[in-house]
Design a protein around this ligand. Structure first.
Ligand code: EPZ
Length: 430
């Protein structure tokens, strides 16, 4: 298993460019299964989850071709398989929207496995409720989801008990070519939903209200090919912002969308960090002192993003004061906490929250990455720890970050990717 080896103490300075958003490109790749004709996608991140999903689409019968770095051509003549094998989809969550896309295109779909970070139960009851409301028969058989509809899906009014991103995306896809109007109440409003809706509109879909709690879709007969550039990854943006605070220094984050990280900007300013929005695509972080303690509660967008909670918990580990961090979106997303404690952090779990008493310095040691965002949180902790930190499980980070350690190195971090050639007692215990 590959590791990141980080030598702490180096300040960061320079420019880092943000890649396309993993959580925007995943549903958009699946949406291409519904489109008659060629789609050209730009700014596709070169990270594992999107590449895995492109492979799944190829196995389903899509024609997939990389035209240049970050630019892909996807087309289907409609004869797609409707059974999505589990072998690959069990590694990624982003295959979930194949449900709505293939059901809409083929009239039936079997999704054999759903993966993604183990940060909670991650049920799909809201996806199922939405597709059933549109007229599909849906059943779970031995871990596989099977859905089918005779004739065309029919528009409906759907209320989501929780503004689930995936469920909103699946309903958006299936409703785009359903007969009649669909209204989604209490919809997710994440920027990635807006990017998916923008892509579908470019293909001819009639969607309004995306980015708000109520989305309206007028079903159309068919969708046609188009060009689309994926929005910048707001979680990668926030990760580098927090890294610049923890290591200290002066970093310009480019090709970003500052408006999509408003909640983090306000929280970093509360922590005493100088955050400058240079223009509508760049953010500058300058920090030379310990951040002040802050309280965080993760919420659906525009609230504080759960995908930045592990990184923020790492930052609060070295903050001046006591921080309370509440995770209200996923039920077990503090996997990095035991590893931070092994680095000397003083963190106590209290139900769905952690109480973090900031320390002056963390101590480098070998730690085990629990999941995608936990992996990068531990790397950030290594940037400011005394000595060397070895984060075992670099593949977790590779799922959602393009050239993560290369981008950090380019702004001054002392980080290498090492093969895992020996394990100590700790990692064997895992
Ligand atoms: C998407 O996951 C993202 N993944 C996650 O990013 C992100 O954390 C999450 O949205 C929230 O923003 C992708 O887009 C591929 P949800 P998703 O459905 O769609 C409950 C990362 O690190 N729920 O909004 O799975 C669920 O249990 C990943 O990039 C139901 O109860 O998230 C959870 O508690 C991690 N029933 C909450 O809603 C359902 O049918 C949020 O889940 C669906 C969800």
């Amino acid at each position: 298993m590959e590791s990141f080896v980080v030598k702490g103490g180096k300040k960061l300075s320079g420019k880092v460019q943000i890649s396309g958003a993993k959580n925007a490109v995943m549903p958009i790749i699946t949406a291409c299964a519904m489109v008659g004709g060629e789609v050209i996608l730009h700014n596709v991140p070169d990270s594992i989850d999107p590449l895995t999903l492109l492979d799944v689409m190829k196995k389903l019968g899509m024609k997939i071709k990389q035209l240049s770095p970050g630019t892909w051509s996807l087309s289907s003549n409609g004869d797609l398989k409707s059974v999505v094998e589990g072998a690959q989809t069990e590694k990624i969550r982003g295959s979930q929207t194949l449900l709505g896309a293939i059901l809409a295109r083929k009239g039936e779909v079997t999704l054999q496995a759903l993966g993604g970070c183990r940060i909670g139960a991650r049920p799909i009851d809201l996806h199922v409720k939405g597709l059933k409301a549109l007229g599909a028969e849906v059943e779970m058989v031995k871990g596989s989801v099977f859905a089918k509809v005779s004739g065309r899906l029919k528009g409906a009014n759907i209320f989501l008990d929780f503004p689930s991103v995936g469920a909103t995306e699946n309903i958006l896809l299936a409703a785009s070519t359903a007969e009649g109007q669909t209204i989604i109440e209490n919809a997710a409003a994440e920027p990635e939903i807006e990017d998916l809706a923008k892509f579908l509109r470019l293909c001819g879909a009639k969607i309004s209200g995306d980015g708000t709690k109520t989305i309206q879709i007028e079903g159309v007969e068919s969708l046609k090919g188009t060009h689309h550039s994926i929005i910048p990854d707001r979680i990668e943006t926030g990760t580098f912002m927090i890294g610049a605070v923890m290591a200290g220094g002066d970093v310009l984050i480019e090709q970003a969308l500052p408006s999509t990280v408003d909640s983090l900007i306000f929280k970093l300013q509360e922590a005493g960090v100088i955050v400058r929005i240079e223009n509508h695509t760049s953010i500058r972080i300058r920090n030379t002192s310990r951040p002040k303690a802050i309280n965080i509660k993760t919420l659906p967008y525009p609230g504080f993003p759960t995908d930045l909670q592990p990184q923020t918990t790492a930052m609060c580990s070295i903050a001046d004061g006591v921080s309370v961090i509440s995770e209200s979106v996923f039920e077990s997303r503090f996997g990095a906490v035991p590893e931070l404690v092994r680095m000397g952090a003083e963190i106590q779990a209290e139900g769905h929250s952690v109480i973090v008493k900031g320390v002056e310095k963390l101590q480098g040691t070998e730690v085990i990455a629990p999941d995608l965002r936990g992996a990068v949180a531990l790397v950030l902790a290594g940037l400011c720890a005394e000595g060397t930190t070895k984060v075992v499980g670099a593949h977790h980070a590779d799922r959602g970050y393009e050239k993560f350690e290369m981008k950090l190195k380019a702004i001054g971090a002392d980080i290498e990717r090492g093969a895992e050639n020996q394990t100590n007692q700790h990692s064997e215990e895992q």
